[in-house]
Design a protein around this ligand. Structure first.
Ligand code: S3P
Length: 435
């Protein structure tokens, strides 16, 4: 594996991937840990926080609201300011590439009695924000921006929020979390109905810190305000979405065997494990425990088993939404057809992931067809090295790197700096485990 410059990498095929490793901290949980610690009554000590571009954006935005941070070895201390202690920022808040930062902050800012403007990078400024702004306006927040106030940059004048009873049009953890954060600032209840289960890290962390969260009927989430959040220690598990690239690489490698330690296995995220097992991969979940309200386990995977294609459809998508890129790669090497449907949300991520996957994997000779809401992949055919682009999307870059390990000849992946969004050190780790 030769790293030519900051922007591209050349990868050669590999037969083996072996070792025992820890994944970087879970990105979704890290964002929530930073935000909820900032609102806690005292100093919160966070261990295992993801240090990457996306979480850095959240941290910098919080700093602009007056929150202080202190590094203490491998821990981060967050000086919580309580629910009412944030300050008006004196400049734009920059969410960078992070949809989670943008959407969760819209909810947080809606609750603040001050004016703020939130923006993001070129990709984020094209991503839909109406799904968050609409219910927040219903709660009484004033939010203005381009295209009828649906795209960043968005100006928020918050405060005095009303309770809300709201049915989410899409199963989105970001929308749900934005409304729960805003809900901390109402005088009553926030009652949400999800069309399908999305990741529940916000609910779990709020409950863990003493938030008044009630589970209603299936799909119903209720937050009763007011409350205050306790300054309890937070330990962040490894990111299953980052582990996914290594699970697939090891499952595909003739000599693959990995132990990934202390990975988050929240059932709203484990679709990747279920699908790999259904495809015939040897994946085991070991040493289950609970850490700060989140299920955590070690993951063991062994390669060399024949895989078969599967059908992945709408109800499963929220449980593996970020893993579709690497699952598409697994499908290339599985016998028969894999059909992914009900995944239109992937067009609204850091890139249009359905289009990016079809375009780039076709360059490698893959038989992959784009559907309006999914992909059809004919597996079991030879894949050739090619010059591919990340489309500026971290998960596309890492999925292509996994495909490259099992292609004939060398593959160049361009635009790999984007990997720092969620997984700095990805290529170094991949290199050391496949050496
Ligand atoms: C995330 C939720 C998901 C996911 C994203 C992270 C979160 O998005 O794709 O990478 O941390 O809440 P949606 O909530 O839009 O589905």
């Amino acid at each position: 594996m030769e790293r030519k410059n900051k922007m591209e990498i050349t990868l050669a095929p590999r037969e083996q991937i072996r070792g025992r490793v820890k994944m970087p901290g879970d990105k979704s949980i890290s964002h929530r840990a930073l935000i909820l610690s900032a609102l806690a009554e005292g100093t919160v000590e966070i261990t295992g926080l993801l240090a990457a571009e996306d979480t850095r954006a959240t941290r910098l935005c919080l700093q602009q609201l007056g929150v202080e941070f202190q590094e203490a070895g491998t821990k981060l201390l967050v000086r919580g300011r309580g629910l009412r202690g944030l300050q008006e920022p004196d400049d734009f808040l920059q969410a960078g590439n992070s949809g989670t930062t943008a959407r969760l902050f819209l909810g947080l800012l809606a609750g603040q009695p001050f004016f703020s403007v939130l923006t993001g990078d070129r990709s984020l400024r094209m991503r839909p924000m109406a799904r968050v702004c609409k219910p927040l306006r219903q709660m009484g927040a004033r939010i203005e921006g381009r295209q009828g106030g649906t795209l960043l940059p968005l100006a928020v004048r918050g405060g005095n929020l009303l309770p809300i009873r709201y049915r989410l049009p899409v199963a989105s953890a970001q929308v749900k979390s934005a409304l729960l954060l805003a809900g901390l600032y109402t005088c009553g209840r926030v009652e949400l109905f999800e069309p399908g289960p999305s990741r529940d890290h916000t609910e779990r962390m709020l409950s863990y810190l003493g938030g008044r969260l009630e589970k209603g009927a299936p799909g119903e989430i209720v937050l009763a305000a007011p409350c205050s959040l306790a300054a309890k220690k937070l330990k962040i598990p490894g990111d299953l979405s980052s582990a996914a690239f290594f699970l697939v690489a090891a499952a595909l490698a003739p000599q693959g065997e990995l132990l990934l330690e202390a990975v988050g296995v929240n059932p709203t995220r484990t679709g990747i494990i279920d699908v790999l097992q259904e495809m015939g991969a040897a994946v085991r979940v070991l040493n289950r425990k609970e850490v700060c309200g989140e299920p955590v386990a070690d993951l063991w995977v062994q390669g060399g088993r024949p895989l078969t294609g599967v059908a992945i459809n709408a109800p499963l998508i929220p449980r593996l939404v970020d893993e579709i890129p690497v699952l598409a790669v697994a499908a290339l090497f599985a016998a028969g057809e894999t059909v992914i449907s009900g995944a239109g949300e992937l067009r609204l991520k850091e890139s249009d992931r359905l289009h990016a996957l079809a375009t780039e994997l076709q360059k490698m000779g893959a038989a992959i067809k784009e559907l309006p809401d999914g992909l059809v992949i004919q597996g079991g055919q030879k894949i050739n090295g090619a010059v591919c682009s990340s489309h500026g999307d971290h998960r596309i870059a890492m999925a292509l790197a996994v495909a490259a390990l099992f292609a004939r000849g060398e593959t160049v992946v361009r635009g790999i700096e984007t990997v720092d969004i969620s997984f700095p050190g990805f290529f170094t780790l991949l290199n050391s485990l496949t050496a």
